[in-house]
Every structure is written in structure tokens, then in C-alpha cells.
Design a binder for this molecule. Structure first.
Ligand SMILES: [Zn+2]
Length: 241
């Protein structure tokens, strides 16, 4: 695997211990072009960066060394981790994103991503459940890498987790409202077990987390409403961890 160095200075001066790397966060760049994205991730004024960037042809750039803390996650939470920059590797995929014309990720781009994730997982012993999207760890602020990102495909390569339910089975439960409060609590507990963080009593937060969950695991309908299909998926994910 060829990696092109294109160094950014946007990282903490302090080195981190290799065993503090626990999570891989996947992003899209959400900008008009690859060039613009590279410039921004390397511009000291932007104060953002990531460890890697993968363009549409699958070319990989290393922007920040793994042992440095890059600035990609921002205020975020996953399981017991808070503000994940210090515990994670950030990978940016070139894609215009929801704002400028969201498109499917390219095959070559995904195949480079898979190669690099496999290496990182092995090197840092990263758990499957800790391979996440930016929206999973910052659901109030972020929607990347978005619903076009093929989490199921990655999970089939042992990158990230996926549920065991058949789509034809699940579909029957779509839009069936959850009325029982206990079911809502079951859903929240399952999501907490998977890693999602939220304040259960805040309605706004709840809707945003449900949306992030749907973007990742139930992309056919992203409405922020908890239905029975979402509950079944969440319980299945949690049970199989
Ligand atoms: Zn992001």
C-alpha cells in the first residue's frame, strides 16, 4: 500500500502513547474538491486535520503521524471515551457531502479504506465496535460520513459491527411506533452498550442520536423517530457484542 506524505501541522505538540489509540473515526471532507480539502486540513488557521485522507481514486495521503493527536473529532463521546481526538485515528474520505452534492463513495476509495483499516486494527488492536463515523460520536453536530457510507460492506470485512437480521424481516417493523416506555429504555440501553452517548431526558438529543443510529444502521428511513425496526436492530447489535 503506497502512502503519500502531505504533512499538516494541525496536531497537538505532545506525543501520545500508542496504546491510547482505541478508535477509528471515519469522515467525509464535505468540500467542493480534493485540493480544497487538502489545503484546509493543512492550513494552520483552520485548526482541523486528520491522520489520513483518501481521494476518489483511492490515493492515500498521510497528513499526521499516528502518534500525534490530530484535530478531527471535536467535542465527542463514544462509550467511556470523551473528546476522542486523543484516542482515535481520523480518516477523511473525499466527498462533497450533504452540503455540496453528496455522492456514492468510489470502489477504489473504499478498497483503500479497507486496506488501511485492516492495518490499523491489527497494529493497535482496535475493537470492531470502535470503528465509527463522525456522526456516531458527535450526533448533535455531524452527519458524516453519511447514509451512503457502506457500513455493511465494511462489517463483512470485519471492520465495524453489523446486525444479524435479514432486511426482508426487518422491513415489516419499519414505522411501527414504539409506545411502551420500557421499549424506549431498552433501546437506549442497547445503544449505550454499542457506544452511543446521550442524555435520555433530552428530546432534542434523543432525536439526533436516533438519526445518527439510522444513518449508520437503517439508512432507508432517517427520520429521528424510534420505531420497532430500530429497536430490533439495536437489541441485536447489543446482544452480539
Ligand atoms: Zn467529520
Amino acid at each position: 500500500m503506497k502512502i503519500n506524505n502531505y504533512f499538516s501541522k494541525n496536531f497537538d505538540n505532545k506525543k501520545r502513547l500508542i496504546n491510547s489509540i482505541k478508535i477509528i473515526v471515519i469522515h467525509y471532507t464535505g468540500m467542493q474538491s480534493e485540493r480544497e480539502s487538502l489545503l484546509r486540513l493543512c492550513d494552520p488557521r483552520s485548526k482541523v486535520s486528520s491522520h489520513f485522507l483518501i481521494n476518489r481514486s483511492g490515493k492515500i495521503y498521510r497528513l499526521v503521524q499516528d502518534n500525534k493527536i490530530a484535530w478531527h473529532a471535536g467535542k465527542s463521546c463514544w462509550g467511556k471515551y470523551r473528546d476522542l481526538n486523543k484516542n482515535s485515528i481520523g480518516i477523511e474520505l473525499v466527498n462533497k457531502g450533504h452540503q455540496f452534492g453528496y455522492t456514492n463513495f468510489k470502489k477504489k476509495q473504499l478498497s483503500s479504506l479497507i486496506t488501511i483499516c485492516k492495518k490499523l486494527i491489527k497494529k493497535y488492536k482496535i475493537k470492531k465496535k470502535n470503528i465509527v463515523g463522525h456522526s456516531d460520536i458527535a450526533p448533535l453536530r455531524k452527519t458524516d460520513p453519511g447514509e451512503k457510507f457502506p457500513w455493511k460492506l465494511l462489517a463483512s470485512k470485519k471492520i465495524g459491527i453489523w446486525h444479524m437480521n435479514k432486511p426482508s424481516f426487518l422491513k415489516k417493523f419499519r414505522k411501527i411506533k414504539i409506545k411502551d416506555k420500557k421499549d424506549k429504555i431498552r433501546f437506549i440501553k442497547s445503544l449505550n452498550h454499542v457506544g452511543y452517548c446521550f442524555l435520555p431526558n433530552n428530546k432534542f438529543t434523543f432525536v439526533k442520536v436516533v438519526k445518527a443510529f439510522q444513518r449508520h444502521y437503517r439508512k432507508e428511513l432517517i427520520n429521528g423517530i424510534l420505531d420497532k425496526e430500530c429497536l430490533i436492530i439495536a437489541q441485536n447489535l447489543s446482544k452480539n457484542l
